[in-house]
Design a protein around this ligand. Structure first.
Ligand SMILES: [Cu+2]
Length: 302
């Protein structure tokens, strides 16, 4: 299906989804929120648990600001170019290493149960993916974002993930990923949420006023490549770690290779509700049911 046809289907489906969810209450009744910047926690906990997406119950690992289980990895803001002291506690049963993917900075080993103090390096303005350097940590979804500077505008983030329940179960039980096996994820998330729950995410659901601007950090921490299509706007590419040639481009469709961390700027010149969706049809479903998965909205208040 071409994107125009796709768009029509999507808008009417979105409309039905909204009505189902909000009982016909106009979404404009929701007060526009400024993305509340989460500050770095004093202690970061790697916590094992379970998450449920559209009927699939899956084992999980999450980076959290306390030992209490939550399904959403914490992403946080730090001051530009200032080292940060952080204590990390590995609540899993095996070793992990805290990884920031920054050249010249080595992952810090985290034995289970022992608090480890580490210093985040001075990070130039931009966004960085942090996680565990192990396959177990990656597959079970221990992956968050550190956003340095870029706080002169509201700054939203979309941490993208894809989930194949059988792979998670295998790895959780101590197995490894079979590189020959087909990868068939059933769930696709933005900040560990599936649509329409993406619309109740204060850090991911873009809600700003017409005539204003925001940053959006977009990180692909899944196990496949993704492509997002913005309706209503073209965004300016400020960072794209796997597509350096795209810096400064203004685009409505952007690819995100596995591991890519990007920052875009959105100038909201027109009011309205605009979907942003994955261009891969399977990635806009929840366990095969459309619409779902990687869809969120730009809600631009008049
Ligand atoms: Cu589209």
């Amino acid at each position: 299906m071409g994107c125009e046809g796709y768009l029509g289907v999507m808008i009417s489906s979105l409309d039905r989804a909204w009505r189902a969810r909000f009982g016909g209450v106009l979404l404009v009744a929701l007060a526009p929120l400024i993305a509340g910047a989460q500050q770095m926690p004093d202690t970061l906990w790697l916590v094992p648990g379970e998450f449920v997406l559209a009927g699939d119950t899956m084992p999980a690992l999450r980076w959290l600001p306390s030992a209490d289980w939550d399904t959403v990895n914490v992403s946080f803001h730090v001051a530009e170019s200032a080292p940060q002291e952080l204590v990390v506690v590995n609540g899993d049963t095996v070793d992990h290493a805290f990884d920031l993917g920054v050249e010249g900075w080595s992952p810090v080993v985290l034995p289970p149960g022992t608090p480890v103090g580490l210093t985040l390096p001075a990070l130039p303005a931009g966004s960085y993916a942090y996680g565990s350097d192990s396959e177990r940590g990656h597959v079970l979804g221990a992956a968050g974002l550190v956003i340095s500077g870029l706080n002169d505008l509201p700054h939203f983030h979309w941490n993208l993930g894809d989930w194949e329940p059988s792979r998670l179960a295998e790895v959780s039980a101590g197995g490894t990923v079979d590189p020959e096996a087909a990868y068939v994820p059933r769930q696709f998330t933005v900040n560990d949420r599936i649509f329409p729950n993406t619309l109740t995410d204060p850090f991911g659901h873009v809600q700003i006023g017409v005539g204003t601007s925001c940053y959006i950090t977009i990180a692909n921490q899944g196990s496949m490549d993704h492509v997002l299509h913005f309706h209503g706007f073209h965004v300016e590419v400020l960072q794209a770690t796997r597509h350096p040639e795209r810096l400064g481009w203004t685009k409505d469709t952007m690819p995100f290779l596995m591991g890519e961390v990007a920052v875009v700027r959105l100038d909201a010149f027109q009011p309205g509700m605009y979907p942003v969706h994955n261009h891969n049809l399977i990635a806009v479903t929840n366990a095969g049911l459309y619409p779902g998965g990687m869809i969120t909205h730009l809600n631009i208040a008049p």
